[in-house]
Design a protein around this ligand. Sequence first.
Ligand code: NDP
Length: 286
Amino acid sequence: MTIELRSAPLVEQELEKLTSKCELLKSKGVTPSMKVILVGQIKASVIYTKNKKKFCERFGADCEIINLDESINEQDFVDAVKKISENKSVHGCFVQLPLPSHLSHIDPGALIDPNKDVDGFHEHNIGELFKGDPKSKFLMPCTPQGVLGTLNYYNFPVEGKNIVIIGRSLIVGKPLALLLLNNNATVTVCHSRTTDLKEHTKRADIIISAVGKPRFLTADYLNENGKQVLVDVGINHDENGKLCGDLDYENLLGRCQAITPVPGGVGPLTILSLAQNLLQAAENSL
Ligand code: NDP
């Protein structure tokens, strides 16, 4: 039988920890405060930012969505982000992606103080991840942190495991590879130019897909032992507009040891990691 790796129990468990950590910070005179910078009104981005705000409020942090006009020019956008980041009462901030096309060449992570970069995209934080010092209190990229959190919570330690990641983006694949490597996994990163992807996925103990194609990973990519663990980072819509991941979920059940669903898998953990980074940033500010 395949175990479903749902995020809800992990989120509930971590919410308790976040609440007591937040109370402790407040008792020291610090109310964790986050600013979310949203440019325009893309429907999905509006929903994502509202969910992030609601989540922060559940454990007692302040969170404000700052909505900039879609037509804002580059200089005004850069100035606005820097001003928010420089505000001493703000502990964490990030820009909700995607940006409108006239701003899409900007790396918003680079505009934000690395100590407040709750997305973990700033070069400083990526550099710390690259170095892999376990004592460093840097802010880690959220989705990779969520993937590792799921595997640990469900008792699938990554140490010594052969892990295949499909996807090499800056926000998922590459930082995830470093994080897993730092946790003593043996990591293979595959991408669109990988020859014979199946050869790689069949010998993996854990497969993590971050491709962005509906039901891309079918049973053909698995081996026959039924012990592989599958993590789906993809958030896609199929031809009928239905939300789905990269994994052909229904047809993989029963063929693997464990699998994350979409929705209800990795997605909510990205928000959890953002919250954990906010409290880490607030703690670091003491
Ligand atoms: P990108 O489009 O930036 O990267 C996709 C990666 O998949 C690329 O590295 C690409 O290779 C690779 N790829 C594409 N086609 C193939 C193929 N046929 N075989 C092997 N590799 C292939 O996407 P993101 O990393 O930003 O996002 C990936 C998915 O994860 C999306 O569905 C996104 O919505 C979701 N996502 C979910 C999050 C969450 O919170 N759960 C957070 C962030 C993203 P190449 O580099 O060669 O082009």
